[in-house]
Design a protein around this ligand. Structure first.
Ligand code: NAI
Length: 468
């Protein structure tokens, strides 16, 4: 189809990471593409999620650096925060990226159609203004929205989700964070570093479920050291707002309670699929609201794909990108390997940061694998000492060969300074199923934080330099 035709090669519902990646990748391959978007392209990630949250976490990092300046012999007055300025800076960063993305889409001749899209079958999408668009292929990418829990109605003042927290003009003095997952830990870390009294209430036995226990324990210790109260294994039963609306008392566990100015509910996100499918659609949706797909992101209706948070896979922007590329390559009829979900990179930007790819030690053992494990704490790393950030470690899990030596690398787990920027080589190792013998031949620059990975892998060959 030519770009001027009424029927697009690819019609996308939703302009978040899944949708815009499909559009950009498809347009670069010469396909005519339109995206139906009800708000601004960029989606949750750019406007209400990853980007603004990380920008605030950087504000927290600046605050920490200033608080610790005297250790370096630099005198500065006690840092104070004007959160409205932080909010304005965050918005500037988001707006710049949004303009960049919009411009890029325009330059690739991707048509952005404003409105709510509903898939009504046979390649047709009904827009809220009544227009009917048609695509040879349709990609559903309407994303996800925050979940809440009974008894916690979101009012945006006392009870908030990530949507509201990221638009705050002031910082509450005390906060209860319900849910100690990625979002909960990022907010808890950011708010505590900026001076709020933070309590995390997590239903499961540990925070950051799914993260290797040794890694999650480092975060827990750091949180406690910084005054964050973490209660895990507790059920939250409700809350009683103060009569003067100045805050609320949250009830949890065995008749425990805590009075706070604000509550952040971060108990997961649900697919944004309500009203997405019309009568004529043959796309299957499961009882939790996720769209059913095969490994090529095909739904149960031919020519219709679904990607991103709408699908029951890891809710990560970069997984949305990867799924979008799979869908477009499938549309193009090119050879394509499906996303290997067990090996995707995970990055959590709380302080200290967490990054990993592949199997945790527990998961590898639970899968019946015999493993060899080596760890290198950042305490012995020169660069970590130089920057004064020694909380953290590198942990590499490898398959144990019959002769007892380490074979293919199964998982790389990092916690500590800037580890989200250090995961690259660990990710490659896991996905290439490389062995310690192979990787240890590569030279690691010294002094760097990332050489801790090389040290750990060298130790797995049985001949470590600094790690035994
Ligand atoms: P999550 O599923 O990661 O964590 C939610 C936590 O809330 C779980 O630990 C769960 O046990 C707990 N929980 C559920 N109900 C509860 C209750 N009634 N009381 C106490 N605790 C309760 O969800 P989260 O953190 O909201 O993130 C949503 C999605 O966004 C996740 O899939 C996450 O991976 C993704 N995300 C990833 C980020 C990253 O990789 N940096 C950052 C932010 C989000």
């Amino acid at each position: 189809m030519s770009p001027t035709s009424d029927i697009y090669d690819v019609l996308v519902i939703g302009g978040g990471p899944g949708g815009y990646a499909a559009a950009l990748y498809g347009a670069s391959a010469g396909l005519s593409v339109a995206v139906v978007e009800k708000e601004k392209v960029g989606g949750t990630c750019l406007h209400r999620g990853c980007v603004p949250a990380k920008e605030f976490l950087e504000t927290a990092a600046v605050f920490r650096t200033m608080s610790g300046a005297s250790e370096f012999g630099i005198s500065a007055s006690e840092p104070k925060i004007d959160f409205s300025v932080s909010q304005a800076r965050k918005q500037k960063v988001v707006d710049q990226l949004w303009k960049g993305l919009s411009g890029l889409m325009k330059s690739r001749k991707i048509e952005t159609i404003e409105g709510v899209g509903k898939y009504v079958g046979n390649g047709r999408v009904e827009v809220s203004d009544g227009r009917i668009l048609e695509g040879q292929n349709v990609i559903l990418a309407s994303g996800s929205v925050p979940r809440s829990i009974p008894g916690f109605d979101i009012d945006g003042k006392i009870v908030m989700t990530s949507d509201e927290v990221l638009s705050l003009e002031f910082l509450p003095s005390s906060v209860a964070v319900i849910g100690g997952g990625a979002i909960g830990c990022e907010f808890a870390s950011m708010m505590a570093d900026l001076g709020a009294k933070v309590t995390v209430l997590e239903a499961l036995p540990q925070i950051l479920t799914g993260v290797d226990k040794d890694i999650a324990d480092v975060v827990l210790r750091s949180f406690r050291k910084r005054g964050i109260n973490v209660h895990s294994g507790v059920a939250v039963s409700g809350h009683t707002p103060n009569p003067d609306s100045s805050g609320t008392t949250v009830h949890f566990g065995d008749q425990q309670s805590i009075s706070v100015e604000a509550v952040i509910v971060s108990v997961g996100r649900r697919p944004n699929s309500e009203g997405l499918l019309g009568e004529g659609s043959a796309v299957e949706i499961d009882r939790r609201g996720y769209i059913t797909t095969d490994p090529y992101m095909r739904t149960t209706e031919q020519g219709v794909y679904a990607v991103g948070d709408l699908v029951a896979t890891a809710q990560l922007a970069h997984v949305g990108f990867a799924e979008a590329i799979v869908a477009i390559k499938h549309i193009l009829g090119e050879p394509i390997a499906p996303v290997e979900y067990s090996k995707v990179p995970w990055c959590i930007y709380c302080h200290p940061e967490v990054a990993f790819a592949g199997l945790t030690e527990e998961a590898a053992r639970a899968a019946g694998l015999d493993v060899v494990v080596k760890k290198d704490p950042f305490g012995g790393n020169s660069r970590a000492r130089i920057i004064g950030e020694t909380d953290g470690l590198v942990k590499v899990v490898a398959e144990k060969l019959p002769n007892g030596s380490a074979g293919r690398i199964l998982g790389v787990h990092l916690v500590g300074p800037w580890v989200t920027e250090q995961l690259g080589q660990g990710y490659l190792a896991v996905n290439w199923e490389a062995t310690p013998d192979e990787i240890s031949q590569f030279i690691q620059p010294h002094p760097t934080l990332s050489e801790a990975f090389g040290e750990t892998v060298l130790a797995l060959t049985g001949r470590g330099l600094h790690v035994g």
